[in-house]
Write a protein that binds this ligand. Structure first.
Ligand code: PMP
Length: 428
């Protein structure tokens, strides 16, 4: 019998084997082994409900949105706008008009940099980032800074991989226009104290953009409580399809911002030499949007709500605590990131093994991990490494997956004939 996620809610802990049955892709063998998928920070897998919602939409309701007066177009429009309301509820937005559908977190950040940026950031102004940032929360600001003559500053991390908040406060000046920080680090799993950062930034007169690509899939969200000005997310990291993401912004900010792209859907009246625009969010959604993607994202949100975000958080805490405990015994294992209060992301080095070799070995055991700089080159430099191996866990992973990883890591030491590290000198 297939357990519906709603049934899973009956027990207090996550029933991972029931959840796994909702993800058909996980039910396969890779290289002769059970697939152990530990790359959800790069992209999560999709439950059947999401895949079905997209198929159902194309089979019963597809037409272009907003323009048509026929039944299918109205049905598609209703489904598209219903997805917007679901996102708004999920993130605790004050109003669905604050939810702009974009392609991804990357596009959301580029939208703010291209639209809000040149109007609000000028020569000599400062944008404050952190070394934890993904390239998609660095490069758009570099492009803006180069265009307007602004300066980028970076908050460093401490030995555990947490942001140095004292330094953040010191780096804030009257020239700081924006603080752009990640909610959760994809490289280390650090969960940033966003509320504290927002309070400090606002006190200095700066706005705050939070990169929520790793926050939205794993943490309950409330935009009112978080207090930030912009928040971004990517559907594909939270059980939804690729090609759909969200920019949330405070309504008054979005209303003031000029359009990002021009085209159909975003206009009211088009003259030969000028146009007037719709209000937000439609002003930012030029052209035919990813209708199927929004519907799939809505289904993903239903799925996550059925599972329960609080229980998801609890489960992930258990998994990462177990992984930290188990990996401690593996000779030559060196993990990065905070010892506690962190997301279920495990970045590590194993002896002198190259992360790519290790990832290939793990793949030969059916274990999917990521190896490289994780689009975190400034962070890698801060850590003094070129690359790490990263295992990232989600709601369909359990302790068996951690055990499979640890066993394969131990075996890799034999496979690559790694000599055991010298034992510490005995006390004289
Ligand atoms: N920020 C963070 C923290 C991420 O982990 C990622 C994806 N790895 C991104 C931004 C970019 O997301 P996307 O590729 O979906 O735009």
């Amino acid at each position: 019998m297939v357990t519906h996620p709603a049934d899973v809610q009956l027990s207090s802990a996550l029933d991972v084997s029931a959840i796994r049955k909702e993800f058909p892709i996980l039910d396969q063998r890779v290289n002769g082994h059970r697939l152990v998928y530990l790359d959800s920070a790069a992209s999560s897998q999709k439950p059947r409900a999401v895949v079905d919602s997209i198929r159902r939409y194309y089979e019963t309701s597809h037409a272009n949105v907003h323009r048509g007066l026929h039944t299918l177009s109205m049905r598609a429009t209703e489904a598209y706008e219903a997805a917007r309301r679901k996102v708004a509820d999920f993130i605790g937005a004050a109003d669905p008009c604050e939810v702009v559908f974009v392609r991804s977190t990357t596009e959301a950040i580029n939208l703010v940099a291209a639209s809000w940026g040149p109007v609000n950031v000028g020569e000599g102004d400062e944008i404050l980032l952190s070394v934890l940032e993904h390239h998609s929360n660095i490069v758009p600001w570099q492009l803006l800074a180069q265009r307007v003559g602004a300066k980028l500053k970076y908050v460093e991390i401490d030995g555990e991989g947490r942001l140095q908040l004292d330094q953040l406060r010191e780096l804030l000046t009257e020239r700081t226009k924006l603080v752009a920080v990640t909610h959760v680090s994809n490289g280390l799993g650090t969960i940033n104290p966003v509320r504290e950062i927002v309070d400090a930034a606002h006190q200095a007169g700066a706005l705050v953009l939070v990169d929520g690509a790793q926050g939205a899939p794993h943490l309950p969200l409330d935009m009112q409580a978080l207090g930030a000005d912009f928040y971004t997310l990517s559907g594909h990291k939270m059980c939804g399809p690729t090609g759909i993401g969200v920019l949330w912004g405070k309504a008054e900010l979005l209303e003031e911002m000029p359009p990002y792209e021009g085209g159909g859907e975003m206009i009211e009246v088009v003259e030969r030499d000028r146009s007037t625009y719709k209000s937000t969010p439609h002003k930012f959604e030029a052209g035919t949007p990813n209708i199927a993607g929004t519907i799939g994202l809505g289904a993903a949100i239903d799925f996550l709500n059925d599972v329960g975000l609080d229980r998801l958080v609890h489960h992930e805490r258990e998994i990462i605590a177990y992984a930290l405990e188990r990996t401690r015994d593996i000779p030559g294992f060196h993990g990065f990131g905070p010892a506690s209060d962190r997301a279920a992301v495990l970045s590590f080095e194993l002896s002198e093994l190259h992360p790519h070799d290790l990832a290939q070995f793990l793949d030969s055991r059916g274990i999917a991990v990521r190896a490289g700089h994780h689009c975190n080159q400034p962070l890698m430099r801060s850590l003094g490494v070129n690359a790490t191996t990263r295992a990232s866990f989600y709601l369909y992973n359990d302790k068996d997956d951690v055990d499979a990883l640890c066993e394969a890591l131990s075996d890799s030491l034999d496979f690559f004939e790694v000599k055991p590290p010298p034992s510490p000198p005995s006390p004289s």
